[in-house]
Design a protein around this ligand. Structure first.
Ligand SMILES: [Zn+2]
Length: 186
């Protein structure tokens, strides 16, 4: 009889532990969610070698980006109105839409060769991967539809931001010949 009770107790404890792990996982997913189409962690800044070594800073390896990121920096630093626009755009575009760069700390921005005062350091920009230009027109069209007016169009990615301190209705980049975002039919 005693043995049976211990067994039941053990099973109950294991079930509670499993339930707790599932609860934590679901809560993390929920806390990370911006909308049905985007997560905050997609905008985390890249980690510098010092940050990766620092035991007080939580970093993790991103397979999609092939680099280490600093956990929580996207959520803490990205501007809400930018993320809301991007949620809408991703919903409209409905194609693979990997964000390779979102928030950048000033140090990380320098490492990436970004311009001083970059919209990335203000939480107002992101770069969307478009290998070999694939789906660029679909994505830019969706970004235009939700009101973005600043685009960098490169061979393998699109930069978009909503920094009103910079010139509006502009586009630039090494592959800008592919399209004029302001002439795409909505
Ligand atoms: Zn960019």
């Amino acid at each position: 009889m005693y043995n049976k009770d211990v067994k039941i107790l053990a099973i109950v404890l294991v079930l509670i532990a499993i339930g707790y792990i599932i609860y934590r996982k679901m809560k993390n997913i929920q806390d990370n969610k911006i909308c049905d189409f985007l997560s905050y962690s997609e905008f985390d800044t890249g980690a510098t070698p010092e940050e990766i070594r620092n035991p007080n800073i939580e970093t993790y390896y991103s397979k999609e980006r092939k680099r280490y990121n600093v956990a929580g920096t996207g959520k803490a630093n990205m501007q809400k109105h930018f993320l809301e626009m991007l949620c809408e755009a991703r919903k409209i575009a409905d194609v693979s839409f990997v964000i390779v760069s979102g928030y950048r700390s000033v140090e990380h921005n320098r490492d990436e060769g970004g311009v001083e005062n970059s919209a990335h350091t203000k939480g107002l920009a992101c770069d969307i991967s478009t290998p070999k230009g694939k789906n660029q027109e679909i994505i830019v069209k969706a970004l235009r539809e939700v009101g973005f007016v600043r685009f960098g169009i490169y061979k393998n990615f699109i930069h978009v931001d909503c920094d009103t301190a910079k010139p509006q209705y502009v586009y630039w980049g090494t592959a800008k010949h592919r399209m004029n975002p302001f002439k795409l039919v909505a």
